[in-house]
Ligand binder design. Structure first.
Ligand code: TXA
Ligand code: MG
Length: 344
């Protein structure tokens, strides 16, 4: 296997992309950057290639994959019909961090759709991803390029940590931009429904199609649920050391750290660098800023930063849930397995 750096300004003729594209067309697994997270690509038409994605990731086979395309009109090749609302969303947000669910026409591997009657489609907004998909001539099935259950990769190094030796190669396009996965929207119904919050926010969607529903299972707010014990369905995005979310002011955050340290635990914290000066943790990940875009971009790198040799627990404060914050908190609650410490 191999790994290459790409000069993102000079891609079209890139030999590395051509070589990676040939591997995809030959049924091999290649990881590549998108604007959200790195994907682990395989030809969505090859049943064997798709099966090897599930094997490399250790992913349960009942979890369907997103099919990545380089041209919006290619959706017509894989679905029965494209409702007006879906076109509006594609026109507004593609290429970009939006995945749409439509009824498929049966041409793709059943492994991709996990036997469902629908398929997830996305046109990513990244020059490397688009050039690779185009050059392969294939629809590219790509889940996030992490071992199942781990935080998604936002650098080629993260992919190597998880999948080195298990895949044919990595195309290195540097760090991804959004940092969280795409928003998954079910377009088989009106109004459309958000199944997974992500890079495109609910209000951005509403500005284009009016009412947008949200899957009821995404509605519970962290505060109402706290504290709760880890559930099987939350085994996602898990860092090596357990993450606990702290729901309270700065004083409460400090108190939680002090109490845990007094009990002999080594504590890692993820904080905005402006707050860092007075935090006494054993290991600290400094976020460049506290706005949603920055937290989203750095979150998975932050979760991967803490190794179990270094800390026993990771603490991070609950984040605002507006706009991209809805996706941030969705990932954080899962990463924390539901562990939230509240002041009340
Ligand atoms: O940003 C992203 O979406 C990244 C990059 C690589 O494009 N990909 C990604 O893939 O996050 P993955 O496999 O980690 O997440 C795909 C999500 C899963 O929650 C899956 O259950 C859902 O999409 N999904 C796929 N097909 C579906 C379908 N037919 N119906 C409902 N949900 C579906
Ligand atoms: Mg994933």
């Amino acid at each position: 296997h191999w790994s290459v750096d790409n000069d993102v300004n000079n891609l079209k003729g890139s030999v590395e992309i051509k070589e990676a594209a040939q591997k995809l067309a030959a049924g091999e697994l290649v990881a590549f950057p998108t604007e959200t997270v790195y994907g682990l690509g395989a030809s969505a038409r090859s049943h064997a290639a798709v099966q090897s994605i599930f094997k490399a990731k250790g992913r349960p086979s009942d979890n369907p994959l997103i099919v990545h395309i380089a041209r919006a009109e290619d959706v017509n090749n894989y679905v029965e019909e494209v409702p007006e609302t879906a076109w509006k969303l594609m026109n507004s947000f593609w290429p970009g961090p939006l995945t749409i669910i439509l009824r498929h026409n049966g041409v793709l591997s059943t492994g991709v759709t996990a036997g469902l009657s629908t398929v997830a489609l996305r046109m990513p907004d990244h020059p490397v991803a688009l050039a690779l998909i185009e050059a392969s001539g294939e629809p590219v099935a790509a889940p996030s390029a992490n071992r199942s259950g781990r935080p998604s990769p936002t650098t080629a190094g993260h992919v190597r940590e998880d999948l080195d030796g298990r895949i044919a190669g990595i195309v290195d396009g540097g760090a991804t931009g959004v940092g969280l996965e795409s928003t998954v929207v079910d377009c088989t119904q009106e109004p459309v429904m958000i199944l997974r919050p992500g890079g495109v926010t609910k209000s951005q969607l509403e500005a284009v199609v009016g009412q947008v529903d949200v899957d009821p299972s995404l509605q519970e707010t962290a505060a109402e649920e706290a504290p709760r014990s880890p559930g099987m369905k939350y085994k996602h995005y898990a860092p090596e050391a357990p993450l606990t979310l702290i729901d309270g002011d700065e004083a409460f955050f400090h108190m939680c750290i002090t109490e845990a340290k007094d009990k002999g635990s080594r504590i890692g914290v993820i904080v905005d660098k402006k707050e860092a000066a007075d935090v006494e943790a054993d290991k600290t990940y400094l976020l460049e800023n506290s706005d949603g875009e920055t937290v989203a971009r750095e979150l998975y790198a932050a979760l991967r930063y803490f190794k179990k040799e270094d800390v026993d627990h990771i603490f991070m404060r609950v984040q605002p849930e507006d706009d991209i914050g809805f996706a941030i908190m969705n990932r954080l609650i899962k990463a924390a397995g539901g562990r939230i410490l509240s002041r009340n």
